[in-house]
Design a protein around this ligand. Structure first.
Ligand code: NAG
Length: 137
């Protein structure tokens, strides 16, 4: 099973309420894996390119700035149909709906992943606490 193309896109300005194939929770500032399976999905256009791979290598010319240097695929796994994306230093803004598009000799497949970031509320409350302390000093 040769994988010709892997494309991972992020839908900006789309609410998390949209139904996805998979829900993933990641911890703020840690490394996160977006499972790129090859089951089902519907067709629509993503607007932010997170990662793309074709001609047997990463093609990052159109990658969005926000994801620069933070994404990788497991290149040795792609031929086995595993196109999971590793995302490092997860940010609060990474939260959203991702589309994984793969194209193989057997056809094209899409799947959707909802990414949620955990731990941001504790970061925010720590930040507010520091501000409060500074105000009362
Ligand atoms: C894909 O490969 C990665 C790295 O080897 C592994 O951690 C992950 O579990 C694999 N995912 C699937 C769906 O096989």
């Amino acid at each position: 099973l040769q994988c010709w193309l892997v494309l991972i896109l992020l839908y900006d300005h789309v609410s998390l309420a949209v139904v996805a194939d998979t829900d993933v929770s990641c911890i703020f500032m840690e490394t996160c894996m977006l499972p790129c399976s090859s089951e089902g999905g519907t067709v629509s256009a993503g607007d932010i390119t997170v990662h793309s791979f074709y001609h047997n290598k990463d093609q990052l010319e159109r990658q969005n700035q926000r994801f620069r240097g933070r994404t990788s695929l497991f290149n040795d796994q792609i031929s086995a149909g595993n196109a999971s994306l590793q995302l490092t230093k997860v940010e609060v803004q990474d939260e959203g709906r991702y589309k994984c598009y793969t194209s193989t000799i057997d056809g094209n497949k899409e799947s959707f992943i909802n990414l949620k970031i955990d731990g941001k509320s504790s970061v925010l409350s720590l930040f507010l606490l520091i501000i409060l302390i500074l105000l009362f000093l």
